[in-house]
Design a protein around this ligand. Structure first.
Ligand code: ADP
Length: 627
């Protein structure tokens, strides 16, 4: 007789069990999905070992999952012929190592007091969900390793479990005997269980029997002829694969014979699955070789920027005994990934013809998709799929493509222009948009910091370079006719001809090396001044670089002043007559700081405030009745 050991669950698991046993649930039935999914994983592992020729116990046992019920005893037993566990494995897997989702689950459950059964679904905390329905669980398992000793594990889910090795012979695999809680007696019913399995586990790739009858469908759906598959079957498979409760937005079914043979069944989920952050690294497609699951969520089958795509890939062109470690450098995997990338981009292109649906896709998945700017091999297709907000759209939420932009460009326009800012309102007050407004040239509005990286990487679309408004080559714009009559310009037209040199000299003297140059501007119509970067980088990009480098310095730029602006006009007159007037220096400082503020660089608001008060004080003195 071997000894029985009493052991404690690890703290995190104890907390998890505490929540699971004391919650009220809306759908306890998902415990069955979790146990069947574990059994299916165990069978996948066994099949993988078998495929690579490993020596295993009971090599001829059917790969299947059997569920039996006993209403009188109020019990269910779930048995698989999978990989099984040794005593050590049971202690580690069910008792010591908390699932990666456990911490997130605990945090959510504590914070929201939410229904734990919906959380279990989302975080997949698996095995322990059995304690939603179980009073007592007896798990018996025998590892597939030849001559391994069978093990028995018993727990009521109350903080500890007992474990012992068994002397009697057991078949390979794991059986989980559940003695149901009184209020969970309904589950000891064949029809009920069959219905639950059909609903949640229909596509498990091994037969599932309930009291001897097979209840699931087991097709490798991806290998079937696509014309014989209904939309409902696709949706059902998608929900099985992702645990999503909604239908996919788009389904892509690919069967390819050359240059490599593979089938893929891919889905675009309606909502991003990145919301909890923990899913970020979990992208990838499940890789099968001749229907044997080799690896779930293989990251080499699809680039990260298309990581919102979920699905499976099955190929004949890899050996079954391939090791997971060598997949990464594998030529076949690379070829499959290239084909899948092209196909997905092509499908998105078709899908984009339906603007409304594509806008919904863009809202959910564009954050990830934009990372595709680094995929140089597919840059053209990528650029076609980009969408932007725009100065030309009257609906602020409307999205435009580069194709649309080019289609309505001004005659003679030589580039595609864009500008970054935190919001539409902020951008529309930016002095750099003024010349574009005057010339009636459309500007793409970029609100997301990654957008500038996208523009810098893509560089051109068809024959047109992508240019930031603040660095636009004005000579290219000057030849275009003015479309918006410029009131400010008309009012002070004479000022334009005026010599600005006196003011520019004063400004250079006051600002010294805080600017690289001060010059009269051709781009402004309404604002008195703006900053222009001498090296062609945009202020948004520059700020991102500064944040990354923890640099808080203020960059040296060119200050451009608008000769048509009344303020500048007045200052020019002052500069001609009394260049040393302290008010003039104060006004120059004020203009400079306002320009910095608009570019997002102002580090010291205090001096700005102080100067504003002094200027207001002087101005108010003009208006107050003389004492
Ligand atoms: P997950 O399955 O998500 O890893 P679980 O808590 O459901 O988390 O299971 C923990 C571990 O216990 C599994 O990873 C697996 O190693 C082991 N396990 C559970 N059920 C079985 C089974 N039927 N056969 C073999 N191993 C199992």
């Amino acid at each position: 007789m071997t000894q029985t050991q009493e052991m404690e669950f690890k703290t995190e698991i104890r907390q998890l069990l505490e929540i699971i046993t004391h919650s009220i649930y809306t759908s306890r039935e998902i415990f069955l999905r979790e146990l069947i999914s574990n059994a299916s994983d165990a069978l996948d592992k066994l099949r993988f070992e078998q495929a690579r020729g490993a020596d295993i116990e009971d090599p001829d046992a059917e790969l299947a999952i059997r569920v039996t019920t006993d209403a009188d005893a109020r019990s269910i037993t779930i048995t698989d012929t999978g990989i099984g566990m040794t005593q050590e494995e049971v202690i580690t897997n069910i008792g010591t190592i908390a699932h990666s989702g456990t911490a997130a689950f605990l945090a959510k459950a504590k914070e929201s007091g939410a229904d734990a059964s919906t959380l279990i679904g989302r975080f997949g905390v698996g095995f322990y969900s059995v304690f939603m329905v179980a009073e007592r669980v007896v798990l018996r398992t025998r590892s597939a390793t030849p001559n391994a000793k069978p093990v028995e594990w018993i727990s009521t889910g109350q903080g500890s479990y007992s474990i012992r090795e068994l002397d009697e012979a057991l078949p390979r695999g794991t059986s989980i005997h559940i003695h149901l809680k009184e209020d969970a007696a309904e589950f000891a019913n064949k029809d009920r269980l069959a219905a639950i399995i059909k609903k949640h586990s229909n596509f498990v790739s091994f037969p599932v029997y309930v009291d001897g009858e097979k209840v699931n469908t087991v097709p490798a759906l991806w290998r079937e002829n696509k014309f014989s598959i209904t939309k409902e079957q696709y949706s059902e498979f998608y929900r099985f694969l992702t645990l999503d409760s909604e239908d996919p937005t788009h389904t892509i079914h690919i069967n390819v014979d050359a240059p490599v043979q593979f089938s893929a069944l891919l889905f675009i989920p309606p909502k991003t699955m990145d919301v909890f952050g923990i899913e970020r690294d979990a992208h990838g497609l499940d890789l099968y070789v001749r229907r044997v699951l080799i690896q779930s969520k293989n990251k080499d089958l699809i680039p990260e920027y298309l990581g919102f795509v979920r699905g499976v890939v099955d190929t004949e062109d890899l050996p079954l005994n391939i090791s997971r470690e060598t997949l990464q450098e594998n030529r076949v995997i690379r070829k499959i990934a290239q084909t899948i990338t092209k196909q997905v981009l092509g499908e998105l292109h078709k899908f984009a013809q339906d603007q409304e649906r594509y806008a919904a896709f863009w809202k959910e998945h564009s954050k990830r998709f934009k990372m595709g700017y680094a995929d140089f091999a597919n840059q053209e297709a990528f650029a076609e799929l980009l969408r932007f907000h725009s100065s030309a759209a009257s609906d602020p939420d409307a999205l435009v493509s580069l194709e649309e932009y080019v289609g309505r460009m001004q005659e003679g326009q030589k580039a595609i222009y864009y500008i970054s800012g935190p919001s539409r309102e902020a951008i529309e007050k930016n002095p750099h948009v003024e010349i574009f407004r005057t010339k009636g040239v459309e500007l793409l509005y970029l609100f997301d910091p990654i957008d500038e990286f996208v523009m810098e990487a893509v560089r051109r679309y068809r024959d047109f370079p992508l240019e930031a408004a603040e660095n636009a080559d004005l000579r290219k714009l000057e030849n275009l006719p003015d479309t918006t009559p410029d009131d400010a310009a008309a009012a002070t037209a004479s000022a334009q001809a005026e010599d600005m040199e006196a003011l520019l000299t004063v400004m250079r003297r006051v600002l010294k090396d805080r600017v690289t140059e001060v010059r009269a501007s051709k781009r402004l119509s309404h604002s008195p001044a703006c900053l222009v970067s001498p090296d062609g980088s945009t202020s948004q990009m520059h700020r991102i670089m500064q944040i990354l480098a923890k640099d808080t310095s203020i960059p040296q730029k060119v200050l451009e002043v608008n000769p048509k602006h009344p303020l500048v006009h007045n200052l020019q007159k002052m500069a001609q007559h009394s260049p040393d007037d302290p008010f003039l220096a104060m006004a120059v400082e004020g203009i400079f700081e306002a320009a910095l503020l608009q570019d997002g660089y102002l580090a010291d608001p205090h001096s700005l405030v102080e100067r504003t008060y002094r200027l207001l004080e002087e101005a108010s003195a003009w208006h107050a009745p003389k004492e």
